[in-house]
Write a protein that binds this ligand. Structure first.
Ligand SMILES: Cc1cc2nc3c(=O)[nH]c(=O)nc-3n(C[C@H](O)[C@H](O)[C@H](O)COP(=O)(O)O)c2cc1C
Length: 616
């Protein structure tokens, strides 16, 4: 078998040369999150300094390091000195770092987050000791923010495609056995053992067979798969090749939403690099394995993440699910045996075949091995992309990694599993994060969205928000989902309007159970979860809405009024901001709100620095 040895040697030299580079280097986190925060302007600032001031510095775009709350983040390598990671870097801050640190000798510690490569510097922790990183284990994300995702050499130099080479030296059955030993379960939500799905498909006679990478990622608040594809596309692609070899497939499809243009671009670049290196096409690395990959862009419908709907969409039909069995492993794309795996599942496969199944199984719990990536969003201090060993508790994630609740507020709930997951209260903070424990608590692991809520979030409003999403995304094929979620939404709206009765609460609960039991696909089967969990854990809040016509969190507009207290200094900011012109008063005198004109939008409440506006 031809090997990648020559290319890898070249790649190692490139990587070593980079490490020994005598010019300073600047790495800018320029995944979508970094770009949204202004990373491209930071890159332009470095380029400008190079052009106009003749500053000898290399600048590289890298993926997301996970510290999204501190974006744009920049790592600066000054030869012979500790490498330093800076956060919240704007173009003027970048210029300051270039001036003080690269041209002078002041490391700008006031702007530093961590040191990189294990170095120590006065009071600045090494990256892995940073409070946000300490409890993490970065296997899947190990290259994100570290390598240039468009540079094939970088991936190869860090052990890339060793997993594939190992796999091709084994019979396919042994590859499946390795994945079995690792304990890997699907990271797309359901947690089905990956090896079993592969074996099922392998055992079905006939060819061709297909492997599909599900990169649809439709959960609001979830961005793990996008970040991985933007920061390290080859890790998923290598896993796809290994999966294809194991199940006997000759073709792979990546189903990715068109709303992820940067990830698509990174994938296209990586695929052409693979083709050039003989990693796609006939007789890959001179083995008997022939394989090719195609990208299919989806229009961004949540239901198209469901595997049978996804298949319909690739086939050019409307993305609607169909009853199973037959399962895609038996009859999938164009009626052929097909395995569908999530992006993270496939990236984990590369790791397992490279470092061995035991290295993966060592992390996690007996029932949920390895690590899981999550996007930590909502009211935590440190939002971002994290990777943790399974079995870690919600408390560790939210308080140790996330730094607790923002603005000193109180924790109320955490939504796990995206729109079809559930909201868990403070009493469940010590729940281990694994498939079974979350399900027992009424929620799900899902694909990795974690949204944290504080005491200013209303349980009814949360349920309404998530159900509105799933209701709008229901494909409409089966009545329980189409009609049931709509009817549930109406009840929630009447609760928020203060017109519901206690019987409506019972009706809501039984309807939720019916939709869960009667829906055709996972969308309808899980859509009631936010309603059921908030009813289970925050029932008194629902009752306050119905019985007392009161929203304890002060969110539901029909049930609240705003009032200005004696703390008002007459700064006039609220009056100037109010879109309805409902606030009046003289400068330096207490203002008043006209309840008949007030729309309860909360603009005044958010703006008042004197906490002089209260919600009743
Ligand atoms: C409504 C709905 C949306 C889904 N969206 C995704 C998605 O965005 N990404 C994903 O990998 N799996 C998604 N799934 C799960 C997939 O159908 C499928 O189980 C998964 O891709 C299998 O891969 P795995 O075994 O590697 O987890 C969704 C399921 C449902 C019911």
């Amino acid at each position: 078998m031809r090997t990648l040895d020559a290319l890898r040697q070249e790649a190692t030299q490139t990587w070593q040369a980079l490490e020994q580079e005598t010019r300073p280097r600047v790495l800018v986190g320029a995944a979508t999150c970094g770009r949204a925060a202004g990373a491209l302007a930071v890159i332009e600032a470095v380029e400008k300094a190079r052009r106009e001031r003749g500053l000898e510095v290399l600048v590289t775009e890298v993926g997301c390091l996970g510290l999204c709350c501190m974006e744009p983040v920049v790592t600066v390598y000054k030869p012979g000195r500790p490498a330093i990671l800076y956060g919240n870097v704007t173009p003027p801050v970048m210029n300051e770092i270039l001036q003080r640190w690269l041209l002078g000798d002041d490391p700008c510690l006031d702007r530093a987050i961590a040191t990189v490569n294990g170095d120590r510097l006065d009071g600045i922790p090494p990256f892995h000791e940073h409070p946000m990183l300490k409890a993490q284990s970065r296997l899947i994300l190990r290259n994100c923010g570290v390598i240039d995702p468009t540079n094939f050499h970088h991936y190869l130099a860090r052990g890339g495609y060793l997993g594939l080479e190992n796999a091709l030296r084994m019979p396919p059955e042994m590859v499946i056995e390795q994945v079995k030993r690792s304990g890997l379960r699907g990271r797309g939500g359901a947690g089905f053992p990956t090896w079993r799905k592969w074996q099922l498909c392998r055992e079905v006679p006939g060819s061709p067979k297909y492997i599909i990478c599900n990169a649809d990622e439709g959960d609001p608040g979830a961005f793990m798969n996008r970040a991985l594809l933007e920061g390290d596309p080859h890790s998923m692609l290598e896993g796809m090749l290994i999966a294809g070899y194991a199940i006997g497939a000759s073709k792979g499809y990546i189903y990715i939403r068109a709303e992820y243009p940067l990830a698509v671009q990174r994938l296209r670049t990586a695929i052409s690099q693979m083709r050039e290196a003989g990693l796609l096409g006939e007789h890959i690395l001179d083995s008997s394995f022939s394989f090719d990959i195609e990208i299919r862009e989806g229009a961004g419908a949540f239901v198209c993440g469901e595997e049978t709907a996804l298949i319909a969409s690739i086939e050019g039909r409307r993305g609607m699910p169909r009853p199973r069995p037959p399962f895609p492993a038996q009859s999938g794309l164009w009626g052929r045996p097909t395995v569908i795996n999530n992006v993270e599942t496939l990236a984990a496969v590369s790791h397992i075949l490279r470092d061995g199944p035991d290295s993966y199984a060592r992390l996690g719990t007996s029932n949920a091995r390895g690590t899981k990536t999550f996007s930590l969003a909502g009211k935590v201090q440190r939002t971002g992309l994290i990777e943790v060993p399974l079995g870690i508790t919600l408390r560790q994630i939210i308080f140790d990694i996330g730094g607790g609740i923002a603005e000193g507020r109180a924790f109320k709930a955490v939504q796990t599993g995206g729109p079809s997951g559930g909201c868990l209260p403070a009493s469940h903070l010590d729940t281990p994060v694994d498939y079974e424990s979350l399900t027992a608590a009424g929620s799900i692991m899902g694909s990795g969205g974690l949204v944290v809520m504080d005491d200013r979030n209303c349980a009814v409003d949360i349920a309404h928000y998530f159900l509105s999403f799933t209701q709008a995304e229901s494909c409409g094929k089966c009545p329980p989902c189409r009609v049931g979620t709509q009817r549930m939404l109406w009840i929630l709206e009447s609760i928020q309007a203060g017109t519901a009765t206690m019987e409506d609460l019972d009706l809501l609960e039984s309807l939720a159970q019916t939709v869960k039991a009667g829906s055709l696909c996972g969308l309808g089967q899980t859509a009631p979860n936010p309603v059921l969990t908030t009813l289970r854990y925050f029932r008194s809040e629902y009752e306050a809405h119905v019985r007392d016509r009161r929203c304890p969190a002060g969110v539901c507009r029909a049930l609240i009024t705003y009032r200005i207290t004696d703390e008002c200094t007459g700064c006039t900011l609220c009056a100037r901001l109010c879109p309805m012109g409902a606030i009046s008063g003289q400068r330096k005198q207490k203002h008043v709100i006209d309840p008949n004109r007030c729309e309860r939008c909360g603009a005044c409440l958010d703006a008042c620095s004197y906490r002089a506006i209260v919600v009743n």
